[in-house]
Design a protein around this ligand. Structure first.
Ligand code: IMP
Ligand code: MG
Length: 176
């Protein structure tokens, strides 16, 4: 068990399981897009570990960039997606594959999609390591999902609780 700020977390998903899920996603994306040069866009801060490991497993030509958005405060999503940093390159005709650490309500994802809508991209795809189907409130399809999880707050492997826990190589869930 670990303690971050005022809360306790218990082991939930091992580094090995994460590695397997990422290898599978990389293989799927390679099969779908190895005939072009996709632009992977990681969503900071949470996706930094997924992007790193997924890119090491993706063995066709590609580009990688990042954007930054925020809709979370503490352990629950807020309606408003707050900040955005990055993305000043021309995306016309490009296949964009957004890489998320986790899709929860889908608010961030829909905001991202809206952002790319005006950029004349060829394909807009979404890849997320973790997905909470019970929390998802949107219609937007998620093209690549690593691991589906129940509607519980998790930390580790890039995911934080008020700034802590991102460095953990495996995933922990909030102890109830
Ligand atoms: P959404 O906009 O509600 O889908 O939330 C997306 C973002 O909230 C993710 O990119 C994460 O940064 C954060 N988030 C969602 N669920 C969790 C969680 O269980 N632990 C930590 N961060 C989370
Ligand atoms: Mg995030």
């Amino acid at each position: 068990m670990i303690q971050l700020h005022d809360k306790q977390f218990v082991p939930f998903i091992s580094a090995k399981e994460i590695d397997l899920a990422i290898a599978k996603m990389a293989a799927q994306i390679t099969a779908d897009f190895s005939d072009e040069i996709p632009l992977f866009i990681g969503v900071l801060n949470g996706a930094f570990m997924v992007v790193s490991d997924l890119m090491k497993r993706y063995d066709s030509p590609c580009e990688v960039s990042f954007v930054k958005m925020a809709s979370y405060e503490g352990t629950s999503s807020t309606e408003e997606v707050k900040q955005l940093i990055g993305l000043n390159q021309d995306l016309t005709g490009r296949t964009v594959i957004v890489i998320e650490d986790i899709v929860d309500t889908g608010i961030t994802l829909v905001a991202l999609k809206a952002l790319f809508e005006s950029k004349n991209v060829k394909h807009f795809k979404v890849a997320t390591l973790f997905f909470k189907p019970e929390a998802y409130t949107k219609e937007l399809p998620i093209d690549y999902v690593g691991i589906r999880i129940p509607n519980k707050f998790i930390v580790g492997y890039g995911l934080d609780y008020d700034g802590l826990g991102r460095n953990l190589p495996e995933v922990y869930q909030l102890k109830d």
